[in-house]
Design a protein around this ligand. Structure first.
Ligand SMILES: Cc1cc2nc3c(=O)[nH]c(=O)nc-3n(C[C@H](O)[C@H](O)[C@H](O)COP(=O)(O)OP(=O)(O)OC[C@H]3O[C@@H](n4cnc5c(N)ncnc54)[C@H](O)[C@@H]3O)c2cc1C
Length: 262
């Protein structure tokens, strides 16, 4: 884990309450892996005290990008970052996705939660892997993410507020793509209800590898405060264990996450 003063290069509004942040942070960018996150200081000393965790949308040479949505005070403060500002960033943090050898890779993202899948798609395509990207949105506000994807990817989108008869949930798009021969790996980022639905659909069709990124409120982001507990079941132990999403995650195998404590 590194601490770096990152230079803000862009902080642009790209949708309703959605911003694209570009940071020059060469040391963190060169070590980042898909699914990892950074912890951003808001530049204030005591109030708000805590950093805010953000997934890495992409990392290229010296640059890191982040896609964030305003939900409260901290993310509203982030909108005031200006090009030329220096911000204090910790990263890359946590354990990201395990890139598997599979016949096809299905990447499913819901809302801004889809951000780390862009980085993952780039890494998988660099290995010539077959990638299908599924993006769930309200009404097209995240379609620009398609332009950040590498070539050779099949892209599908669902629109929750669509007046037409299109898919409304990203999970509605999934079933036909599970009927393939060979190993299928699923990589998912979004709300927890989406993971449950994906697991339900997959269990009806067979045995799949499903990795999910678990978004917990975080205090320190480095494993000390124990604020981001997740319950997992890891055989041979029968009892669930409590682990920290910031260090042992945020990416977990769905099958090991204990849904009673989810
Ligand atoms: C590993 C990780 C990666 C993340 N990546 C992104 C990202 O790429 N883009 C993005 O927009 N957001 C991301 N988030 C969520 C983001 O960190 C929170 O939205 C942010 O910290 C909220 O800060 P705030 O001060 O604006 O809101 P607060 O005032 O702290 O909270 C406002 C509202 O947001 C909810 N909230 C706060 N934190 C979280 C959280 N961690 N998960 C769910 N709800 C929360 C609160 O319950 C409350 O309703 C990520 C979170 C984690 C843990």
């Amino acid at each position: 884990m590194l601490q770096e003063l990152a230079l803000v290069e862009k902080n642009e509004k790209v949708g309703p309450d959605i911003y694209f942040l570009e940071l020059k942070a060469p040391r963190i960018a060169s070590r980042a892996e898909p699914g990892q996150f950074i912890h951003i200081s808001l530049g204030t000393i005591y109030d708000p005290l805590l950093r805010r965790p953000m997934s890495i949308l992409n990392a290229r040479e010296k640059t890191l990008t982040v896609l964030y949505q305003i939900v409260g005070r901290g993310t509203r403060i982030m909108t005031r970052f200006r090009p030329g500002d220096s911000i204090d960033v910790l990263g890359p943090l946590g354990k990201g996705f395990v890139l598997e050898e599979a016949e096809q890779n299905l990447l499913l993202g819901g809302g801004v939660g889809a951000a780390p899948l862009v980085f993952l798609a780039n890494r998988l395509r660099a290995k010539q892997a077959k990638v299908k990207f599924f993006l769930g949105m309200r009404e097209g506000e995240l379609l620009f993410l398609k332009d950040l994807l590498p070539s050779g990817i099949d892209f599908f989108a669902s629109h929750e507020n669509s007046p037409r008869g299109e898919a409304k949930q990203v999970t509605d798009l999934l079933p036909p793509h599970l009927e393939q021969n060979g190993k299928t790996s699923l990589y998912c980022c979004g709300p927890e209800g989406m993971y449950r639905e994906i697991a339900r659909i997959c269990n009806d069709c067979g045995d799949f590898s499903i990795q999910v990124s678990i978004d917990r409120r975080m205090g320190c982001g480095v494993g000390t405060c124990l604020g981001c507990a997740v319950k997992v079941k890891r055989p041979p132990r029968e009892e669930p264990q409590i682990v920290r999403a910031c260090v042992e995650g945020p990416v977990f195998r769905w099958q090991e996450v204990s849904t009673d404590g989810f």
